[in-house]
Design a protein around this ligand. Sequence first.
Ligand code: ATP
Ligand code: MN
Length: 526
Amino acid sequence: MSEFNLEEHHLTVREVHRNLPASALYEHAIRYEKDASIAENGALVAYSGVKTGRSPKDKRVVKHPDSEQNVWWGPVNIPFDAQTFAVNRQRAIDYLNTRDRLYCVDTFAGWDPKYRIKVRVICSRPYHALFMRTMLIRPTAQELAGYGTPDMTIYNAGAFPANRLTTGMGSTTSVNLSLEDRELVILGTEYAGEMKKGVFTVANYFAPKRGILSMHCSATADRETARSSLLFGLSGTGKTTLSADPKRHLIGDDEHCWSDDGIFNIEGGCYAKAINLTPESEPDIFQALRFGAVLENVVLDEDRIVDFTDTGISENTRGAYPIDFIASAKIPCMAGHPSDIIFLTCDAFGVLPPVSALSPAHAMYHFISGYTAKVAGTEMGVTEPQATFSPCFGGPFLVWHPYKYAELLAAKMKQHDARVWLVNTGWSGGAYGTGKRISLEHTRAIIDAIHDGSLANARTEVDPIFGFDVVTECAGVPRKILRPRSVWTDAAAYDSAAKKLAHLFRENFEQYESGVSPEIKAAGAA
Ligand code: ATP
Ligand code: MN
C-alpha cells in the first residue's frame, strides 16, 4: 500500500487506492461488488441499484453570503444552510470510514490548462472510481505526482442513505453542493451520473464568473479549419449520438466551455445511452464499449452478451468510455470558435420541422425556452414522454439565472459569426404513438449539410406559427419530411397540434418576458 492517505478529509481508512488503472478496478469490482461482471465485449458491467437516473429534487445548494446573490434559487437550486450541509457531509464521512477500503480518483475537469480544475473523487465502490476515472481527464504520472490539493472534492457515500430526520431532507437521497468549499456530498443514490453532473454544476457557477460560457452541449470540429460546431440539447436529444461523427473531430459529447480562445471539453470521457444500440446505426459508440468502458444497468444473456434491447432494469442503460476510444476524438479536446450552433430538440408532438435556421432573436428565444419532450429514462419516475422546457437546454445544472448564460451566448455568437439552427430529432408524421421518430440517417444528413455550408444557402420558408426559417431542401433528406405538415395524414390535426405546442411555448415564456428585449419577445410563437 502506498503512503497516500485521506486524513485531510477526516478519512482514516488505511487501505486507500489512488488512481488505480482500469484493470485493477475491474479486479476490485469483481471481488468486492456484489453483482459486477465482465461482458463478452470486455466492458465492466455494474449496477447502480435502486436509482438508475439522477434525482434532481434531492439536490441542495448551500446558501452562503458570498454566492447568495449569484444563484438562481428555486426548484433547480433549492437552498439549505451550511450546518445541514455539514451534517450530511459528516454522515458521508462516517459511512466511508466504516469501509475496509476506499478509492480516490484525482482528475482534472477542463482541457484548457488555463481553466482546468482539480477534481478529487472519494468513493467506496470500484465501479464509481472507474466511472469517474473514465469520465474526467486522467492526469499523467507526472501530473499526479505534483497534484497537490484538489479544487473540488466529491464524497460519494451513495450506498448509505441520508437521514430523513435531518432538516430539509425530502427523502433518503441527498445530493449536497457547497459552492464555496467546492464540495459535493452524495448520500442515498448510487447513480454515477450524479457525480459527473455535480462537476458540471460547479463549472456552471465558476465559468461565467470569468466570462466563460459553460454549455450543456456536445462538440465536433472541422478537420481542416478546426472551427467547431456545438450540439445543445436535453437528455436523449442526440448530443452523444450525433457527435460521434467520423467525418469530424470529436471534441466532447456533453459539457463544454467557450472562452475567448475557443471551446474546450470539461470531461475526458463520454456517456452514451445504450438502449437499442446497434453496431449498424452507431458503430463508433458500439465499438467503444470494450475493455476499460463501464456498462451500467444492462442485462447480459447467458453467453455474457449485452442485450441492448432489454430495459428490465432501466430504460436509461448507459456506457461510459474514455473519449480516445472514439477514433475521431481530438486530444487535447479543444477547438476553435463555433461556426454553427445547433439546438437539438426531440419533439414528441411531431410539430417542429427537422431543421430551421434561427435569427439571433429566435436563437435567444429557443435557448431560453429549451424545449424538448422528455423521453423515458434519465430522471427517476419518467416513463411516458412529456413536453419540457429547460432553460439553456440544461436547466437542472444551471447555477446562475438563465439570462447570465443567454447573454454570454448572444455576445459570443455575434462576435464569432456563428449560425444557429433548430433540429428536431423527435417525431414526424404525427405525435408519439402515431408518427415515428426521424431516422438517424436523415438527422445525420441534416447535420452534414449544416457543416458543409450547404444549408446556409438552402431555400427556406417562414413557419407561420413559430416565425423561424424552415429549411425546405437538404441533400439526403426527402423534401416532403422537411415540411412536417405535409407528412401528417391529417393536416388539420397538425395545425391543432402546432397550436397546442405554440401555446405551451408562450405559457412557459411568460416568466421571461419582462427580462428580455422586445426582439426576443417578438421571436416567440404566435
Ligand atoms: P444525455 O444528455 O442524457 O447524455 P444525449 O443528448 O447525449 O442525452 P443520446 O445519448 O445521443 O442523447 O441519445 C439519443 C438517443 O436517441 C440514442 O439512443 C439514439 O440512438 C436515439 N435516436 C433515434 N433517432 C435519433 C435521431 N434522429 N437523432 C438522434 N438520436 C436518435
Ligand atoms: Mn449524452
